[in-house]
Ligand binder design. Sequence first.
Ligand code: ZN
Length: 131
Amino acid sequence: MILKQYNISTGTEGFYNITEQVQSTLAESGIRDGLCVVYCPHTTAAITINENADPDVVHDMLLGLRKAFPDRAEFRHAEGNSSAHLRSSALGNSVTVIASQGRLVLGTWQSIYFCEFDGPRTRKFFVRVSG
Ligand code: ZN
């Protein structure tokens, strides 16, 4: 079992591919078959799995999330980032990936992303591997 923390410097918003960090944590753990949990302890960021091949997919997801969760005059939260809180909960704070024979079981076009909705900030995420 291993728990590792990573820090990440983000821009205003964006998807950051963290697949390599997760794979290297799996390698470091020595566990070949088990589960990797990737978790971010933030309320305006998220973790998700999606396409890595065409960068337009990330562009379109960010656009779609902005359209689905726009800033609204009726929001009360004084910090002014309620739409980022909504996007964070919509995508979720963690993903679980199966580890098999020392490799993450991901589809050809899948990568693991840290999603920033209210940057720029210094963020962190955790990778927990258990066999
Ligand atoms: Zn807030």
